[in-house]
Design a protein around this ligand. Structure first.
Ligand SMILES: *Cc1c(COP(=O)(O)O)cnc(C)c1O
Length: 419
């Protein structure tokens, strides 16, 4: 069944190894393979499918646009679809939160958004160094890869990954050491060897890095420290934005006012590649065409993104539901951790469970796949099982998926205990 991929596709392929089957059809939280097996999707395109697969409201908007011969490709020319998106984003995402940002279309993927953020931060400040955190994940192109912590990914660069200083993330050194103290000490000490950075890039929850959650006081302290040293704050909200933790932007509860914000993954709502880089207006010092590209803002993505904003973000229902369901997941995982060992962490509908031994998470993911659940691992040794269902999943399916996790943990531990 997988022979064609084994023979013809590059060795670089990854998720099709973890989930070795050929998928045909998907709807909401469900996805089917060509053998007719049905899976619950607790991976949701790594956070690109917050509103589920082939969401009907978004699909209708897109089909209508296609049927009317709406412009599909237009470089970054002005189209009605783009105007509607900019207006909707302003009206629904930014204005109600008192956020004043220029919207830049940097290219269709998350890493494009990060690269654009880096370029403008370095240009505006005239500094080259950027601070990134331990276990950070910001993408695979060279600028973003330099920010990314994962050694396995960094190895592939083939060139030196420079102009980045690494600092420990929240609780990286355990609970006794406040890592902001360390950063502050470095910034205060002119002999610390830290070159004054243009920016610091932050994930409020490190998703790929193992579902590491920063607390609101830590985030606020970080922001005021950066302000004091006139270092720009870039928030990479690519995976945990668009409602994943509850609010549209993950940093809302901490009341952060980032200078630059990166969004992608679920921004189009439909799984269509789409990214933006939001800039504080004073930072929008680009010259026309200085960061160009063929696919900077795609009209089908404008259509589905606008529909998603209008459908899910004009009231608080989705946000409230994410928080409520996050608690269901958290409670269930906590029970599992209490009976089988492990620790639980997360916010909203990104939750992780780390077991006593690092190999358990991967084995649980494989057992779950055999039982009809798609779920991925995260962290430096893939030691964290990452729960990332569509935000629109029903309570019933959510509980079914959690039950499969429980069965898979038991099966894994039984297999490991067997002689
Ligand atoms: C996925 C991700 C990226 C990279 O996005 P791509 O579309 O894969 O380039 C960057 N930052 C974070 C936090 C991500 O989760």
């Amino acid at each position: 069944m997988m022979e064609v991929f084994d023979q013809l596709e590059s060795e670089v392929r990854s998720y099709c190894r973890t989930f070795p089957t050929v998928f045909t059809k998907a709807c909401g939280h469900r996805i089917w393979d060509e053998r007719g097996r049905e899976f619950i999707d607790f991976f949701a395109g790594a956070g690109a499918l917050n509103y589920g697969h082939n969401n009907p409201s978004l699909k209708d908007a897109m089909l209508e646009y296609i049927a009317a011969d709406g412009v599909t490709h237009s470089l970054d020319m002005a189209t009605v679809a783009k105007r509607d998106f900019l207006n909707a984003f302003q009206r629904i995402a930014l204005a109600p939160r008192n956020m004043n940002y220029k919207v830049m279309f940097p290219g269709p993927t998350g890493t494009n958004s990060v690269e654009a953020a880096l370029k403008i931060a370095r240009t505006v400040t005239g500094r080259s160094n950027v601070i990134a955190f331990t276990n950070a994940f910001h993408g695979m192109t060279l600028g973003s890869l330099a920010l990314t912590g994962n050694g396995g990914k960094r190895d592939a660069a083939g060139v030196s990954l420079t102009d980045v200083t690494r600092m420990p993330y929240h609780s990286y050194m355990g609970s006794d050491l406040d890592t902001i103290d360390l950063l502050e000490q470095h910034l205060n000490d002119t002999s610390s060897g830290l070159d004054l950075p243009a920016a610091l890039i932050l994930e409020t929850v490190q998703a790929e890095g193992g579902v590491n959650v920063a607390t609101n006081p830590w985030l606020r302290r970080l922001q005021s420290l950066l302000k004091r040293f006139e270092i720009l704050l870039i928030v990479d909200d690519i995976q945990v934005g668009c409602g994943r933790t509850g609010p549209f932007f993950s940093f809302e509860p901490a009341d952060l006012k980032p200078d630059i914000i990166c969004l992608s993954k679920s921004l189009s709502g439909y799984g269509i590649p789409f990214a933006v880089t939001l800039l504080r207006p004073e930072l929008d010092q680009w010259e026309p065409g200085k960061h160009n590209g063929t696919f900077r803002g795609h009209n089908l993505a404008f259509i589905t993104a606008t529909a998603a904003l209008e459908h899910y973000w004009t009231d608080v229902n989705l946000s409230t539901n994410v928080k409520r369901r996050g608690k269901i997941v958290h409670d269930q995982l906590t029970k599992l951790a209490e009976s089988h060992g492990g620790s639980v962490r997360g916010r909203g509908l990104i939750q992780g469970i780390e077991f006593a031994e690092s190999e358990i998470a991967g084995r649980v993911s494989r057992e779950a796949f055999d039982r009809g659940l798609i779920i991925e691992t995260a962290g430096r040794q893939d030691e964290v099982l990452k729960i990332l269902p569509p935000l629109t999943i029903s309570d019933k399916a959510l509980c079914e998926g959690l039950e499969i996790i429980g069965e898979s943990v038991e099966a894994t531990l039984a297999a490991m205990a067997a002689p």
